[in-house]
Design a protein around this ligand. Structure first.
Ligand code: SF4
Length: 344
C-alpha cells in the first residue's frame, strides 16, 4: 500500500497508526488555536486539523505552524483560493473534495500547487453529503455510493497527475462505517483515515468509535484515526489512544487497569483512578499501572502490572510487580504513585 508523508509523520504501508483530532476554536485566533493544539500534543495527538472558513484563517496557518510541532492539516470546503493560500503558508496536508471546488482549472491549480509543495490531499467522503446523481443511482448513501464518490474525486486529481492521496469514507453509524471501509480496502490502495462522523457526545461517541475503529484496525484496515466527539478535542485524542492501546498498537504509552470496586473497598478509588488516568495521559512510558480497591485482592489481581496501588482503611499500599513496596496514607497515594512512576 502507498505511504503518505504528512509533515514529519508517515501513514500507510504498515507505519504506526497516527492519532488525529481537530481544533474547535477559531483558527484565525492564533493564540487560542496554538494553545489548544499544544494541549492536544501533550496528550499524544499526532496530526491536527483546523477548519479554514475564510481567508483570515488561511493566512493564520504560517503563524500557527511556527508555534507547534505536529503536522497541520487545513480543512477546506468549496473555495480553492483558501487551499492555495494554506499551501503557500506551509500547511502539511489539505482536506478537500475536488468535485466540490468548481471548474477543472481551479482543481488543476490546487493539484499543481500541492504537488509543488509535496503535500497530500485527503478526500473526505461523507455519507450525509453525497452527490445527487450518485445517491439516485444507488438509491441512498450506500457503501457502494460512497466508494463511487471517492473514486470520482480521486479520478479528478489523477487527471492532473496528482496521486498523493488519503481517503476517508465516513458514515454516522457503526455498521455502515465497518462495511464501507472493509469494501474500500479491497478496491483502493490509498492510506485510509478512519472515523465515525457525527458520532455524538463523549459516551455514545466513544462507544461507536471504539467499536467501528477497533473492529477495522483489528482487521488491519486503517492508517490514521480520528474519534469525533461533541466534547473537548483532548478527549478525542485520549479515547483514540485508548483504542490503539487496547489493540496493542501504541508504543510508549502506559496502560491502566483498575478494579470496579466492591464492599471490600474503603478508599475513594473512583476519584483516585480518574486522577491517575488523567496523569497517565501525558506519560510516555511503556508501563502497566493498576489502581485497585483493596489490599486483599489488589496486588494479586493486578500481578502483571509494573506498579500500582491497593486501598486499605484510610491508607493504601503501593505495589510493584505484585509485591507490596510501601504503605501510604490515602491522601498521599496519588502523589506517591506519581513519584514512583516518574522514577521508572
Ligand atoms: Fe473488590 Fe478488592 Fe477486587 Fe476491588 S480489588 S473489586 S475492592 S475485591
Amino acid at each position: 500500500m502507498k505511504k503518505v508523508q504528512i509533515g514529519n509523520v508517515v501513514i500507510g504501508g504498515g507505519e504506526n497508526i497516527a492519532v488525529q483530532s481537530m481544533t474547535n476554536v477559531k483558527t484565525k485566533d492564533v493564540e487560542k488555536c496554538v494553545d489548544q493544539i499544544k494541549s492536544l500534543e501533550d496528550v499524544g495527538c499526532d496530526i491536527i486539523r483546523v477548519a479554514i472558513p475564510d481567508m483570515e484563517s488561511a493566512k493564520a496557518i504560517s503563524k500557527i505552524k511556527s508555534k507547534i510541532s505536529i503536522p497541520l492539516v487545513a480543512d477546506i470546503h468549496f473555495d480553492y483560493r483558501l487551499a492555495l493560500e494554506c499551501i503557500e503558508n506551509g500547511v502539511d496536508k489539505i482536506r478537500l473534495n475536488p468535485g466540490n471546488i468548481g471548474s477543472e482549472d481551479r482543481i488543476k491549480e490546487v493539484a499543481k500547487k500541492a504537488d509543488l509543495y509535496n503535500i497530500p490531499i485527503r478526500i473526505g467522503v461523507n455519507g450525509g453529503s453525497l452527490e445527487k446523481d450518485i445517491l439516485q443511482k444507488h438509491g441512498g448513501p450506500t457503501s457502494e455510493a460512497m466508494i463511487e464518490s471517492a473514486k470520482r474525486h480521486i479520478d479528478i486529481l489523477n487527471k492532473f497527475d496528482f496521486d498523493n492521496i488519503v481517503v476517508s469514507l465516513k458514515a454516522s453509524d457503526v455498521i455502515n462505517t465497518i462495511k464501507v471501509y472493509t469494501l474500500v480496502k479491497e478496491k483502493l490502495d490509498y492510506p485510509l483515515h478512519l472515523g465515525v462522523t457525527e458520532a455524538g457526545t463523549y459516551l455514545s461517541g466513544t462507544v461507536k468509535s471504539s467499536i467501528a475503529i477497533g473492529t477495522l484496525l483489528k482487521n488491519k484496515i486503517g492508517d490514521t484515526i480520528r474519534v469525533s466527539l461533541t466534547d473537548d478535542p483532548v478527549n478525542e485524542v485520549i479515547v483514540a489512544r485508548e483504542i490503539l492501546k487496547s489493540l496493542n498498537l501504541l508504543k510508549n504509552a502506559p496502560v491502566m487497569v483498575s478494579c470496579p470496586t466492591c464492599a471490600r473497598c474503603n478508599i475513594n478509588l473512583i476519584e483516585l483512578a480518574k486522577k491517575v488516568e488523567s496523569y497517565l495521559a501525558g506519560v510516555k512510558k511503556n508501563i502497566k499501572v493498576a489502581v485497585m480497591g483493596c489490599a486483599v485482592n489488589g496486588p494479586g489481581e493486578a500481578r502483571e502490572a509494573d506498579i500500582g496501588v491497593a486501598g486499605g482503611n484510610g491508607y493504601g499500599l503501593i505495589f510493584k510487580k505484585g509485591e507490596i513496596f510501601k504503605k501510604v496514607k490515602e491522601n498521599e497515594l496519588f502523589d506517591e504513585l506519581k513519584k514512583e512512576i516518574e522514577k521508572m
